[in-house]
Design a protein around this ligand. Sequence first.
Ligand SMILES: [Zn+2]
Length: 135
Amino acid sequence: MMGFDTLSETEYPRGTFKRCIGLDRIYLTRTRKLIDVPVGLRTIFIQANHPAEQLVELVRKAAIRREDIRPFSRCILCNEPIVAIARHAVRESIPDFVWNTQANFSSCPKCGRVYWRGSHTERAWKQLMGLFNEI
Ligand SMILES: [Zn+2]
């Protein structure tokens, strides 16, 4: 949601993830039983249990600033940067209510998922911005 290029270990064959990621990434984990973590890979232990608390913990530990984030700029399914798309191009793939209330759309070039700034997006945006007010 914050727009960072993110990979998930669950999407890699067991035992291969840490060998595949570059040292320019930050490895987030909830376990202290680190096995096969490459030397030089920055690792952050997340201790909080609740997702909202985990996000606060990550922002603090990684020293993420408000200006570092680009909310809703990547596909939540496949991590690709989303791109603006012409309104007429999405007519067949969105509900009538959305067509009647939204003017701007983006889509994922990889999976085709269509995005717009609905009320859910606005709430999530406010929550993200609120994070930086708390910290
Ligand atoms: Zn996608």
